[in-house]
Design a protein around this ligand. Structure first.
Ligand code: DQA
Length: 152
């Protein structure tokens, strides 16, 4: 963490989100993951908050990052991709973090196939933002900053 940025958030992206920009753009849009990370980082920076953004296609790696960064962050944002709907292990990692976590989806998962309607992680997150494309990330960031008392 730099001296000027006194607060820190973790932004995790799950499987297939490295392909944003090319992946089903009619559902997920044409904005790339790098562009999303830059937009989140810029907005967070204006509030004095540093964001560490990481992506993995592997469930265990996402869990390792929660454990690794847990002590040094104020909260986290996660788009867990398909693991949202399946992963008890990810849910347990979030429960064990003892920091506020916001769940993010680009698409409105509740308006899609029924298997996407259920989130394993929603009950252990402080909130969920879905359906606003790349803007879901900024809305989630605003929500988390407000939750943490770092923004009005
Ligand atoms: C997603 C929705 C998930 O159902 C899907 O598996 C994804 C992306 C979203 O951002 O809309 O990979 O999390």
């Amino acid at each position: 963490m730099t001296d000027t940025l006194k607060r820190a958030l973790l932004l995790l992206h799950g499987p297939n989100l490295n392909m944003l920009g090319q992946r089903q753009p009619e559902i997920y849009g044409t904005t790339t993951l790098d562009e999303i990370n830059q937009r989140v980082a810029a907005r967070a920076q204006s509030y004095g908050v540093k964001v560490t953004a990481l992506q993995s296609n592997h469930e265990g790696q996402l869990i390792d990052w929660f454990q690794q960064y847990g002590a040094e962050i104020d909260g986290a944002l996660i788009n867990a991709g398909a693991y949202t709907h399946t992963s008890i292990a990810l849910r347990d990692a979030i429960s064990g973090l003892n920091k506020p976590v916001v769940e993010i989806h680009l698409s409105n998962i509740h308006a899609r196939e029924s298997f996407r309607h259920h989130s394993m992680i929603a009950p252990v997150c402080v909130g969920q933002v879905a359906g606003f494309g790349w803007r879901s990330y900024l809305i989630a960031l605003d929500g988390l900053l407000g939750y943490l008392g770092l923004a009005d």
